[in-house]
Design a protein around this ligand. Structure first.
Ligand SMILES: Nc1ncnc2c1ncn2[C@@H]1O[C@H](COP(=O)(O)OP(=O)(O)O)[C@@H](O)[C@H]1O
Ligand SMILES: [Mg+2]
Length: 281
């Protein structure tokens, strides 16, 4: 068995310690494991073929191509394509589950609907990350002005959940909940950890676990974060993070999620090699 981790070259330079965690773990199991880049993966993987690839770049086309090369891709191309697009994710979740989320529409649809909304509203880039392109707008004019500054088709508009500045990230490996963290910001409606949100371990309610279950039943995840925000005291779905970070866990808990993920991949690859039926899709 042989594996690789795929990164954009510029991102990999900032993720050396994280990549080393994988390498140490696979080393322990005698599994060769290489870092390859999105700019030269074809040459590298032709020279040294691999059985599995952990893709930590958001390029669904590359994930698809690797799958066509018969490489086991974590997370798979379908997860990469849907989960890195908030609009596709909401559509998918509404078609396949009964999980609640804040009403959402494309920016173009919003502009045709007139002024019948309760403000503030949230405007966000459907392909954004880390809270950097998530905005609160307090009037129709402000929303239209913001929408005008972005390319057509790139923004969505969403009702603001009532309990702002807090959300829960559920760390999932395979179809199993590893742990959950509550992220809280005291000075911003966005609770992203990378924007300075505080994080504390969080015990999921059975209702929240049920929602997670409905989502894991729809996909075959490697490792993802499933995020909920809170409206009138109840969790509502917000997004699925494909290239989910782990810093929050290593900073605040003893959970070694990289080890859990690597073990999951090894197990799965072994079973695939022996032709056993996989227990998840
Ligand atoms: N509809 C909303 N109502 C209230 N808060 C929201 C809403 N959407 C996002 N947020 C807040 O903003 C943060 C970032 O938004 P999110 O949709 O997760 O985008 P990103 O992918 O950039 O993290 C969320 O973690 C949450 O705290
Ligand atoms: Mg988010």
């Amino acid at each position: 068995m042989r594996g690789c981790i795929v990164y954009e070259r510029s991102t990999a330079a900032r993720r050396k310690e994280y990549i080393a965690l994988y390498r140490q773990h696979f080393d322990k199991h005698g599994i060769p494991f290489e870092l390859v880049f999105t700019d030269n993966y074809r040459e590298e993987l032709t020279k040294t073929p691999v059985d599995f690839a952990i893709v930590r770049a958001i390029v669904p086309e590359i994930s698809k191509e690797l799958e066509e090369m018969r490489i086991a891709v974590y997370n798979n191309a379908r997860v990469s394509e849907i989960c890195n697009d908030k609009w596709l994710t909401f559509q998918y979740i509404s078609e396949h589950t009964d999980i609640p989320f804040m009403t959402c529409m494309t920016a173009e649809e919003f502009l045709t609907k007139g002024n019948d909304f309760i403000y503030p509203l949230v405007v966000k880039n459907r392909r954004g990350h880390g809270g950097t392109e998530v905005f609160s707008v307090s009037s129709c004019e402000e929303a239209a002005d913001l929408i005008g500054r972005y390319p057509k088709g790139s923004l969505i508009v969403q009702e603001m959940a009532s309990d702002t500045g807090r959300d829960v990230r559920v760390f999932v490996v395979g179809n199993r909940v590893v742990t959950a963290m509550l992220r809280v910001s005291e000075h911003d409606f966005r609770s992203n950890y990378c924007l300075g949100g505080k994080a504390v371990p969080y015990e999921l309610s059975s209702y929240e676990r049920q929602m997670v279950r409905k989502i894991t039943d729809c996909f075959s995840f490697g490792m993802v974060g499933i995020d909920f925000i809170f409206h009138r005291g109840r969790a509502v779905f917000n997004e699925i993070e494909d290239v989910v970070g782990a810093r929050m866990l290593y900073d605040h808990t003893k959970v070694d999620i990289v080890a859990e993920y690597a073990d999951y991949i090894i197990e799965r690859q072994k079973r695939q090699n022996t032709g056993e039926t996989l227990w998840d899709r």
